[in-house]
Design a protein around this ligand. Structure first.
Ligand code: ACO
Length: 436
């Protein structure tokens, strides 16, 4: 961290002496005021529920400029990564700091593909779930359970354990998501095929059966790979912060990632793609494009509790760059499958057009986020709605691990322990039961 030339001075109206706080500069983006000594010097905490103004760590992985609508992984724009690299190259970039050359790519791909199978015992664990269990309930359980199967990579303070658990998690997530899907439809699990690409293998494990030859469509494979790249990391979002906080206690990497999966499930976060598709299907059932204006009135009515899912973002106050790329992919996939006139896509375009012109959305800087189109793409590929967030979790796993490993390697890292503004009862005495 680089100390800025200026410092912040905090003064109080009650005569408490003012204090100087150091200011640090990042390589790009806003400076931060270092408040670590505030409590020691003043006996006061800062108050920032929802972390609207708090940088919880320093990080060199992902940079977002929400006003510009810019997303960089290790400095590279998401638009270039999504069009010139594949997901495993992106994983290498996030984990190790740069894109691989040809040899490093081949080595990394080999290491990942060597770990795509899961311990055979995992399927017995999976079989304990109800067939209609939500895939994210299953994923939370299965990812957490990995720590019971891979005892040789659970020491978060050991760099070799961190490395092997990272490779295992990236390699096994597609297998677990596909197993959760196959279990829900009562089909046999398909073992991974290592001659396929990462995305191609996932399509194979999802849609192949032992009784017929399955050919991976290059367009769908590329679309899925792009979904993975676009979801791979997003700096200190809710699930990543959860992984860091969970991992800060020294728990094993599988448990920390399982915590991230649980957080991602919520509809305000990764669950938005599922919620968005459900919303589109609801409007479609009620009359489709003709009902858009009526639906928008509900969205704008604060008492209705209805939100336009797939719109708005804590950080982006401009078009989410991932949404643009996803819209392109959506068009390609629908064309490949002969679904150009897909009513849900048309509906999404109509909603987007109205929202981008409506003062309610314009004044609040609400734009489509990545989830607005990713559900339509996944549905076209044949992925059921309930599995969307699990696919997001699969893709985000590399980001979670890169962030977790960055935290553990940081000499300044401490267990995360926020404080509070206490508003409950002050000290009081317990009365005997008969007198309460
Ligand atoms: N529809 C209608 N109104 C909205 C929406 C929306 N999707 N999003 C925000 N608003 C309104 C809020 O009601 C608020 O209005 P007000 O100022 O009149 O009270 C204003 O816009 C600001 O929104 P906040 O909720 O304060 O913004 P915050 O940063 O807390 O929330 C969030 C961001 C959670 C993403 C929100 O926009 C939302 O719920 N969107 C829908 C769910 C969604 O798509 N989530 C995916 C996020 S991306 C991801 O996780 C991959």
């Amino acid at each position: 961290m680089k100390l800025a030339d200026n410092k912040a001075t905090l003064s109080f109206s009650n005569g408490t002496p003012s204090i100087d706080l150091p200011v640090y500069q990042g390589s790009v983006g806003p400076d931060v005021v270092d408040i670590r000594k505030l409590y020691g010097q003043t006996g006061m905490f800062t108050y920032d529920p929802g972390f609207l103004s708090t940088a919880s760590c320093q990080s060199a992985i992902t940079y977002i400029d929400g006003d510009k609508g810019e997303l960089l992984y290790r400095g590279y724009p998401i638009e270039q990564l999504a069009t010139q690299c594949d997901f495993l190259e992106t994983c290498h970039l996030l984990l190790y700091g740069d894109l691989p050359n040809t040899q490093a790519k081949a080595d990394f791909t080999k290491r990942v593909t060597n770990h795509t199978m899961v311990n055979e015992q995992m399927q017995f664990f999976l079989r304990g779930f109800r067939r209609d269990a939500h895939p994210m309930a299953i994923m939370t359980g299965l990812v957490g359970a990995l720590s019971a199967f891979y005892h040789d990579s659970t020491d978060i303070n050991n760099p070799e354990h961190r490395e092997i658990s990272a490779i295992r998690l990236i390699a096994k997530m597609p297998t677990l998501v596909a197993m959760a899907y196959k279990y829900s439809v009562g089909q046999p699990f398909m073992y991974p095929k290592n001659e396929l690409s990462y995305a191609g293998n996932f399509l194979h494990m999802m849609f192949a059966t032992p009784c017929a030859e399955y050919k991976v469509s290059p367009v769908l494979e590329r679309a899925l790979d792009r979904i993975f790249i676009l979801h791979a990391d997003h700096e200190q979002n809710a699930s990543t912060s959860t992984v860091r906080l969970c991992g800060s206690s020294g728990t094993n990497p599988f448990a920390a990632i399982a915590a991230g999966v649980a957080c991602l499930w919520g509809p305000a976060h990764g669950g938005a793609n599922e919620a968005c598709l459900n919303m589109l299907e609801d409007i479609q059932r009620q009359g489709g494009v003709a009902k858009v204006a009526e639906f928008m009135e509900k969205v704008k009515d604060k008492n209705s509790g209805v939100k336009l899912m797939g719109f708005g973002h804590r950080v982006y106050k401009n078009y989410d760059p991932r949404a643009k790329l996803m819209q392109e992919t959506c068009k390609e996939v629908l064309a490949e499958l002969g679904l150009e006139n897909d009513p849900l896509f048309k509906l999404a375009m109509a909603l987007e057009k109205i929202a981008l012109e409506d003062d309610y959305f314009v004044s609040r800087k609400l734009y489509p986020n990545v989830d607005f189109y990713s559900g339509i793409v996944q549905r076209a590929i044949g992925i059921p709605t309930g599995l969307f967030t699990a696919v997001f979790a699969l893709a985000r796993t590399v980001g979670w691990i890169a962030q977790l490993n960055e935290m553990i390697s940081d000499p300044e890292y401490k267990i995360g322990r926020p404080r509070q503004l206490f508003t409950g009862s002050a000290h009081r005495e317990v009365k005997p039961l008969a007198k309460r």
